[in-house]
Every structure is written in C-alpha cells, then in structure tokens.
Design a protein around this ligand. Structure first.
Ligand SMILES: Cc1ncc(COP(=O)(O)O)c(C=O)c1O
Length: 451
C-alpha cells in the first residue's frame, strides 16, 4: 500500500476507505483483492455498471479529438447529440438541456432559472423568487440546493447560512399523518402546497421543487398520480413553476425514462444528474420546457448563469455513449422487469421484526427499520441501525446506501438498494442474502436495548 491517505480530506477522517482499483459490471475490487457488489450503484449513479467498452472508447475518442471548449463561446457535437437524445425521450415539450456538472449545481441552475423566467416575463424586478419544497426530500449540498432540501441532518449544521425557503409536508404513504381512514391523504399532502403559496403570497412564489420518488432523505418514497396532478393544478393556478428533481430517479432508475412519467404529470423543469453519464463522468443538467425556452428566446435571449465545466465535451460524450448503450440494451425496460423481481425478493425481508416497510419502483428500493411494527416506531437514533446494517452488509461484500432522519428529522432509519440495471439473477441473490444476514446480525442489539 503506497501513499498517505490523509492527503485526501475524506468525509469521515476516522473511517477506513478501501482503495478501489478496478470495476466490472456490478462489482468493484480493492487493492487487497476484496470484491464488493455495488448494491446501490455508488449513490444510485452507476446504472450501466462499470467497464462498458463503448463508453470507455467514446471517452477516449473525445479526449483525443477535443477535451474541452468553453460553452460561453463554443458548442460541441456531443453536447448537441446528448441534449437531442434526452429531449426526444422526455415527456412532451421538455426539449432543451442546460448543462451542469453535478446534481446540486443543476438544482441551483433550476432555482435561478425559475427566478430568471419571471424576470424575463414580467420585467425585473419581479417579486417572484421564493421556492417551496418538502421536508424529508433531498436536492443537494450547495447552499441554495440545501436550503430547499428537507434532509434535516444535512441541513442542521449550516442552517444559519441557508437562503430562505419554505417546506411543506412530504407525500409518504407509510408515514402519512392523517390516519388509516384517510383515503385522501395524498391529496391533503398536495393541498399543503396551496396553503403555503397563499401564506407566502403567490406573487412571491417562483417554484415548487420535489422528487417524484424521494431518494436519499427518506428511502425510495414514491408519490402518487393524484398527488402530482394536484400539484400541477396548484402550480398552474398560482403561476408557480413545477421542478421535478430526477437527479436520482431519472434515466430509467424507476423503470421509466423519467420517474414523473409514472404519475402522468408534465413538469416545467426536470433536474438531471447521476444516471445521465452513469458515473463515467461528472454530468448533470436541467431539462427545460419549450414554453420557458421560447420565452427566453423571444425576450432577452440570455440566462445570466454558467459554470466553467457546463457541457464538458468528454462528459457529454460519456453521457451520450451511456444513453446509447441503455437504448441498445433496452435497459429502461430491463430496469422495470428486473426491478419488479428485485422488489418481490426484497419484500421477503419483511419477515424480520426490524423491517417496517419495503417500498420502491423499478431499481430503486428502500427498507425502513422500526422497533415496533404495529406502531411504526423508529429505532432510537443512537443505535444507528441504518449505519450498522450497512456496515454488516459491507463486511459481507455488499454495498447499500444508509440514511437517517426521514421520519421527524432525527429519527427514521432506512437503507437504499439500487444496483446497476445490468445486475444478474445470481447477483440479486448475493445482494439480498447479504442484506438479510446484515439485518439478522444487527437485530439482537436493537431488541436487547428495548428489553
Ligand atoms: C434528488 C437529488 N437531487 C440532487 C442531488 C445532489 O446531487 P450531487 O450529489 O450530484 O450534487 C442528489 C444527490 O444524491 C439527489 O439524490
């Protein structure tokens, strides 16, 4: 082992990080020869797995021909091809890609673009600048994206630095607050948006942002069709843009190209990331509806924004090659079919007393832990159930993505399971076997404390 690891400022300085030297399909290999099945695709990023030759070749070819040309002056072929490809597969009217390099930067872009839209339309200074979002949703770690995020443990240290944002309740079937008789719980959750807009004043509200299927903050919590259609109605009624954050759930992850397609709703902006280049390059963006693009085109033509690496030529080439590979191998359809099978097998984990809920869509699944299933009581935070299950799974060579705080900001332990779409049958067995054993390993300590 060479090199001083402290040269890298890692997220947790006390943790041992295995050094990965190779990736192939759903597996990563470290320098000691240990193999890890990546059961969460990094953070639901590596949708096509590692080592896809056509993607590697596309990256090399682009690096050779032209690695970088600044988008304030130039366009490149891969930037145009990738945007066209995405626009041709997206819901009607969403056809223009503003490029970014990561999900948070793309969320910042969407927030600023909604503000800029109203300034273009109504003339500066339009008072429309406030963005409404949801508790227990996740939009990123930069200050603007964090301000609209509802992931309390990640917000709390930086609360004083965050620009104003308003949060409404989430749409979570398992944790809905209205009681089992409330058949209209999802509509009530959506109506919270109207109440918030009225309280803040519609003239001040620019946008509502939400994940159609919530990822990191709550663990694969899907909305409903009625919910998103009501959200759309409310946004239209009060002249508010609807931003769907598809950074995690987009590009086939849920078995549709975009997860909002499950809910028959057309947003004004879709935030893109992760699966766009599936980890082969940092790549993200905002997919913009015609009516917004056209307004800019008719008015000033300018969106005052931009970052150095927007539309980076190699990243765009990687993204296009990934999207082509997905198309050639029908990976969105495969995510739907394999995902249904994965979900069926994960449901069997409900046999454990520690498992309160197993939920998800396509290749995006969440397992929420409880200490009392009837009362849905979350485990005490100090037991760090999600972290322990994750560590036990990792000891068994399987990686999952832990999360906490999804119930009330402190309590609420879950893991996310979201392997690459190319995972094979036997690999699913290996993944579920390790999670099963990890839960068995953690449960005694949890229930011993209760007794
Ligand atoms: C829905 C969603 N939005 C935004 C982000 C932020 O993306 P990034 O970590 O690439 O900045 C994430 C990251 O997990 C995400 O899941």
């Amino acid at each position: 082992v060479s090199g001083a690891p402290e040269a890298v400022f890692t997220r947790d300085l006390r943790r041992h990080y295995p050094r990965i030297t190779r990736g192939e399909g759903v597996y990563l290999y470290d320098d000691e020869g240990k193999r890890y099945l990546d059961g969460c695709s990094g953070a639901l990023v590596a949708n096509v797995g590692m080592g896809v030759p056509s993607v590697v070749e596309a990256i090399a070819a682009q690096a050779k021909s032209c690695a970088f040309a600044h988008m304030s002056v130039f366009l490149t072929e891969p930037a145009i091809r990738l945007a066209e490809h995405i626009g041709s597969r997206a819901p009607a009217g969403l056809r223009h890609v503003y490029y970014a390099t990561g999900g948070s930067e793309a969320v910042e872009t969407a927030l600023k673009l909604s503000r800029a839209y109203f300034m273009e339309r109504d003339g500066a200074p339009s008072p429309k600048s406030l963005v409404i979002s949801r508790w227990h949703g996740w939009h990123g770690n930069t200050l603007g994206a964090l301000s609209v995020s509802g992931h309390v443990p990640r917000r709390r240290p930086y609360g004083l630095m965050l620009p104003p944002a308003v949060h409404i309740e989430p749409c979570n079937a398992y944790r809905q607050p209205y009681g089992p008789e409330a058949a209209d719980w999802d509509l009530r959750a959506a109506n919270a948006l109207e109440a918030a807009i009225l309280c803040e004043g519609p003239e001040r509200v620019a946008a509502f942002i939400a994940e159609p299927v919530v990822g990191a903050a709550a663990g694969a919590v899907a909305g409903t069709t009625r919910y998103f259609q009501r959200i759309r109605e409310i946004c239209d009624r009060y002249d508010v843009l609807f931003i769907a954050d598809e950074v995690m759930a987009g590009f086939g992850r849920t078995g549709r190209y975009f997860s909002i397609e499950h809910f028959d709703t057309i947003p004004d902006l879709i935030v893109l990331g992760k699966g766009m280049a599936a980890g082969y390059a940092p790549m993200a963006g905002v997919l913009v509806h015609d009516r917004i693009y056209d307004l800019f085109a008719e008015k000033s033509g300018r969106f005052v924004h931009g970052h150095t690496y927007n539309g980076h030529a190699i990243a765009c080439a990687a993204g296009y090659a990934v999207q082509e590979y997905m198309e050639e191998h029908r990976l969105v359809e495969r995510a739907a079919v394999t995902g249904a099978d994965l979900g069926r097998r994960l449901q069997a984990l409900r046999k454990h007393e520690l498992v309160g809920d197993v939920r998800g869509l396509g290749m995006m699944w969440g397992i929420e832990f409880v200490v009392d299933r009837a009362a849905k009581t979350p485990p005490p935070r100090r037991l760090d159930v999600s972290g322990r299950v994750t560590n036990e799974a990792m000891k068994r060579g399987v990686i999952v993505y832990p999360g906490a705080g999804g119930v009330d900001g402190v309590l609420g332990d879950h893991i996310l399971v979201g392997p690459p779409f190319v995972i094979k049958d036997g690999e699913i067995d290996e993944l579920i076997g390790a999670v099963d054993e990890a839960i068995v390993a953690v449960a005694p300590a949890v229930f011993a404390t209760r007794a």
